[in-house]
Design a protein around this ligand. Structure first.
Ligand SMILES: [Ca+2]
Length: 239
C-alpha cells in the first residue's frame, strides 16, 4: 500500500527560503488521479507517462555555471509494481536547452539508488556556497512506516558535468506516532531547515541547519528547542 496519506503537506522550506528559489519557474505539485500502470523503469523523468505521474516539479536556474539556465525536474510516479518497496519511483533530471529541444545531462533514480521505499519529493535550487550557481536540494520520504516519518535530504553540487552528493541526511524524523513500534530512546522527533544565509557565509565549506527538536532519545523537549547544526560539505572536483 502506498502511504500517500502519511506525506506531509507542510512545506519543507521556510517562506524566506522558498522566495530565494530564484529565478526558478515552478510547475509544481501537480497531483493527478493516477491509476497504476506498468511503466518501464525510466531514467528520464520527463519521459514518464503523464498518467503515471503523482507529482512533477520543474525548476529553471543555472546549476552548471554556464551562461544558460538549466531545467531541473523531479518526478514522483507509480511504477506499476504492487510491492510497497517499488510501487513509487522518484527521478531527478538535469536538462540543458530550451523546452522544445531539452537534452538530458544527468539523472538520478532514487528508488534504484536507495533500494526503494521512496515517496514524495521536494526540489529546490539554492546557491548555498555563494559561487553564483545553484545547488540542487532534494527531499523525499524514505522508509516511512506506521507511526514513523523519515524525510531524507540531499544537496547535490555540479562537478565536471556530473552532480555529486555534498551532503545527505535526515531533514525530518518523527518516530513518535501512536502506531510507532519504536520505544524509549528510539523515539525521536525533529526537523532541519537549511539556514541559507549562514551556509553561504561558509563559502561552500559547511551546510548550516536550524534543527527544531520535540523529542530526543525518547525525552520530550517542552517547549521544543531550536538549535544550530553544521556539517561539512563535500567538495568534489575542481571546486
Ligand atoms: Ca553554488
Amino acid at each position: 500500500m502506498i502511504r500517500l496519506a502519511m506525506r506531509s503537506r507542510i512545506p519543507l522550506f521556510p517562506c524566506h527560503v522558498r522566495r530565494m528559489i530564484l529565478p526558478a519557474v515552478a510547475i509544481a505539485g501537480c497531483l493527478f488521479g493516477a491509476s497504476p500502470l506498468v511503466v518501464a523503469r525510466a531514467l528520464d523523468p520527463l519521459s514518464v507517462p503523464q498518467k503515471a505521474i503523482i507529482a512533477k516539479t520543474l525548476l529553471q536556474a543555472d546549476v552548471t555555471g554556464g551562461p544558460e539556465k538549466e531545467t531541473v525536474a523531479l518526478v514522483e510516479y507509480l511504477t506499476g509494481d504492487r510491492g510497497e518497496r517499488d510501487a513509487v519511483g522518484l527521478l531527478l533530471g538535469v536538462y540543458d536547452g530550451a523546452a522544445e529541444n531539452r537534452r538530458l545531462l544527468w539523472t538520478r533514480d532514487y528508488a534504484a539508488s536507495l533500494g526503494g521505499f521512496v515517496a514524495g519529493g521536494e526540489l529546490a535550487l539554492l546557491d548555498l556556497d555563494g559561487d553564483g550557481r545553484n545547488e540542487i536540494v532534494v527531499q523525499f520520504h524514505h522508509h516511512d512506516e506506521p507511526g514513523a516519518v523519515r524525510v531524507v535530504g540531499e544537496i547535490l553540487r555540479e562537478s565536471g558535468g556530473r552532480f555529486a552528493i555534498a551532503w545527505s541526511g535526515l531533514m525530518r524524523l518523527d518516530t513518535t506516532g501512536p502506531d510507532s513500534v519504536l520505544q524509549g530512546p528510539q523515539r525521536e522527533r525533529f526537523t532541519r531547515q537549511v539556514d541559507v544565509e549562514r551556509t553561504a557565509r561558509t563559502h561552500g565549506g559547511m551546510v548550516v541547519f536550524k534543527k527544531k527538536v520535540w523529542v530526543a532519545a525518547g525525552i520530550p523537549i517542552d517547549p521544543p528547542q531550536t538549535i544550530e547544526e553544521s556539517f561539512p560539505l563535500a567538495l568534489p572536483g575542481s571546486r
